[in-house]
Design a protein around this ligand. Structure first.
Ligand SMILES: NC(=O)c1ccc[n+]([C@@H]2O[C@H](COP(=O)([O-])OP(=O)(O)OC[C@H]3O[C@@H](n4cnc5c(N)ncnc54)[C@H](OP(=O)(O)O)[C@@H]3O)[C@@H](O)[C@H]2O)c1
Length: 345
């Protein structure tokens, strides 16, 4: 079935969500973007921030008007006036900090990747299930209005049967960035490649087989890789990711009736294009960045918590596991062994 026009997003107004009190764990770059996004676009209150060093928490608190700063993550998780924690520490700390938050009785959203491996994601999911608290990976694209349009186009059969999905993600980083640090699980896959993996597995399901190749970066992490995967129903996905420069950074979803493109930059707010043989439809959305889009995942959490739900159907913990299973197999094939850097997978 071809569509006459693209559907409109069903995403509720972020301003309508009830207010929860948020604690930010790790006052780094993304935490700053997240806080700005919440403060600009929602009625959520960022009430506390925790750092390994009190002066860094205080600096963040002063910059963003956050009332409480504490000098350890344990103190943050223990605060009575925090309802939900946003874990924004580097990837290898996500497992520990997600579990710390849940065991302290706090709902939690955890920056991507939720863990270094599918096994870590399962560990977090088990604690979330036992504690009965909300838990989700902060895979923010899945919560953007434009991704709801993608979902509807696919559900309506607007591109027919999907036959393949293609996605890449490359960026440049300054020297000294954590993506070059083996001890912080550097390399493009867990930082950037997790998006293409999420896109293809959400559209095609778990991988059935993978063929991956990679090349190292001089800093001792993987520098670039490509992977082709087969999925159920005779479908195919192709992903690539690199630390060495900007790629197209888009998603192309090929169907029997048409081709849907999530235009650059795929993971941020922005437009979509649906091409049929005889015409082109567009979803026009102003391109945005983290500060204009990270709040959608937060208000989704708030709504689910208000409804006494512990996960979101927009990106379940099983979805996180499925994407990380592909990551695990890619890392195995390219020899990207995180335990060599002293990390526990
Ligand atoms: N959704 C997105 O668009 C997006 C974008 C960028 C990053 N991220 C994710 O967010 C996470 C953080 O990334 P970021 O770019 O914000 O990193 P960042 O600027 O380096 O901040 C990370 C924070 O974690 C804390 N931390 C705890 N243990 C640490 C350690 N061993 N080494 C360094 N810092 C440590 C630090 O705060 P204290 O030392 O003060 O406690 C630091 O401020 C990553 O997992 C990344 O994948 C998501």
């Amino acid at each position: 079935m071809t569509l006459a026009s693209l559907p409109t997003p069903r995403t509720p107004d972020p301003m309508d969500a009830p207010t929860l009190r948020w604690g930010v764990m790790g006052p780094g770059w993304i935490a700053s973007q997240f806080t700005q996004s919440l403060q600009a676009h929602t009625r959520q209150e960022v009430v506390a921030v925790g750092s390994r060093a009190l002066p860094r928490a205080q600096e963040f608190a002063d910059k963003h008007g956050v009332r409480t700063a504490v000098g350890s993550y344990e103190e943050l998780a223990a605060l009575d006036d925090v309802d939900i924690v946003y874990v924004a520490t580097p990837h290898p700390a996500h497992l520990e900090h997600a579990i710390l938050s849940l065991e302290s009785g706090k709902h939690v959203i955890v920056e991507k990747p939720i863990g270094l491996s599918a096994g870590q994601a399962r560990e977090i999911a088990a604690v979330a299930q036992r504690t009965g608290l909300y838990c989700a990976e902060a895979l923010w694209t899945m919560f953007l209005p434009k991704w709801d349009v993608v979902r509807q186009v696919v559900e309506l059969g607007g591109i027919g049967e999907i036959t393949s999905v293609h996605s890449d993600y490359g960026e440049s980083f300054p020297d000294g960035h954590r993506v070059f640090d083996p001890a912080l699980a550097g390399g493009p896959l867990l930082d950037l490649g997790i998006y293409p993996l999420a896109f293809v597995t959400s559209l095609l399901g778990p991988y059935e087989s993978i063929a991956a190749l990679g090349q190292p970066d001089p800093h001792g992490v993987n520098g670039q890789l490509g992977a082709a995967m087969t999925h159920a129903g005779g479908t195919l996905s192709v992903i690539s990711t690199t630390l060495h420069g900007f790629l197209a950074n888009q998603v192309t979803i090929v169907g029997t009736e048409g081709v849907l493109t999530v235009e650059p930059t795929h993971h941020s707010p922005g437009p979509l294009t649906l091409r049929y043989a005889d015409r082109t439809l567009t979803y026009d959305e102003a391109p945005g960045n983290q500060a204009s889009g990270l709040h959608f995942q937060a208000v989704e959490a708030v709504r689910r918590i208000a409804a006494a739900e512990t996960q979101t159907p927009l990106w379940t913990l099983d979805d996180s596991v499925v994407a990380l299973e592909a990551s695990d197999e890619i890392r195995r094939q390219i020899g990207d062994d995180l335990t060599a850097a002293g990390l526990h997978e």
